[in-house]
Design a binder for this molecule. Structure first.
Ligand code: URA
Length: 233
């Protein structure tokens, strides 16, 4: 979004309403400015210097949203799908046009999904060259052997690719914490599937250095603070 933006577009993005509804709010005189500019749909406002009020209450301008969600099983990491998506289950106050999940978790996997409308940020954290770590708790059919642990931690061959080394820590019987720096399609399931040790459950707990906010129950989402966003990169 540019610094200068038409008022109807600003209202549509910040209040998650259509441009038509934005125009209606303006017509009903429910929108006002800190300056004496005319309040019209086409008025260009400077988001750095202008304050816009809705029914007298300041609209807190947010260029981009960064949301953490504890994805439940059965929900798809996509913006549009025939099944329920991570966007569908956002609370109304966090929904707005242009949001998408930055990275995927399988439909049956659970845990930390980052949702944003900042394409550059998403591109950066997904870029393989950035090596952003992602940490998961997995349960397996059986315990991992020493030889398999070595393969995982030294970088195993999957299909025709040699994967980057992963960290693997046993937490309890058949339960492990695994940290990857790359995100190949169904990577963890394919890694352990190749050992005939299918993944039973997979839960993402961390992206970069940011833990999934512990207060989020499955299905819940909340906006991240700027300090939390910094921990991802
Ligand atoms: N690896 C998988 O196999 N599935 C996920 O959802 C994430 C990583």
């Amino acid at each position: 979004m540019d610094k200068l933006i038409r008022l109807d577009k600003f209202l549509s993005s910040q209040l998650n309403i259509s441009r038509t509804d934005a125009k209606k709010l303006i017509a009903k005189k429910r929108i006002s400015f800190s300056s004496s500019k005319p309040v019209r749909p086409e008025t260009q406002i400077d988001t750095c210097s202008e304050t816009v009020f809705f029914d007298g209450k300041e609209i807190n301008f947010k260029k981009f949203l960064y949301i953490a969600q504890n994805k439940p099983a059965g929900v798809v990491s996509a913006s549009n799908d025939d099944s329920l998506t991570v966007i569908d289950i956002l609370p109304e106050n966090l929904k707005r046009q242009g949001l998408f999940p930055a990275g995927r978790l399988d439909k049956d996997s659970t845990g930390f999904v980052l949702i944003t409308d900042d394409g550059e940020f998403a591109h950066n954290i997904l870029s393989p060259s950035k090596h952003i770590e992602k940490t998961y708790i997995i349960t397996l059919l059986r315990n991992v052997t020493e030889r398999e642990t070595l393969e995982v931690t030294e970088g195993m061959v999957l299909g025709d690719e040699k994967l980057k080394p992963a960290k693997l820590k046993k937490l309890e019987d058949k339960t492990y914490e695994i940290t990857l720096t790359q995100g190949r399609y169904h990577q963890i399931k394919r890694m352990f599937g190749s050992f005939d040790n299918p993944v039973q459950t997979l839960h993402r707990i961390k992206i970069g250095s940011l833990l999934l906010p512990p207060e989020l129950s499955p299905g819940e989402s909340r906006e991240l603070t700027s300090e939390e966003i910094k921990l991802i990169k």
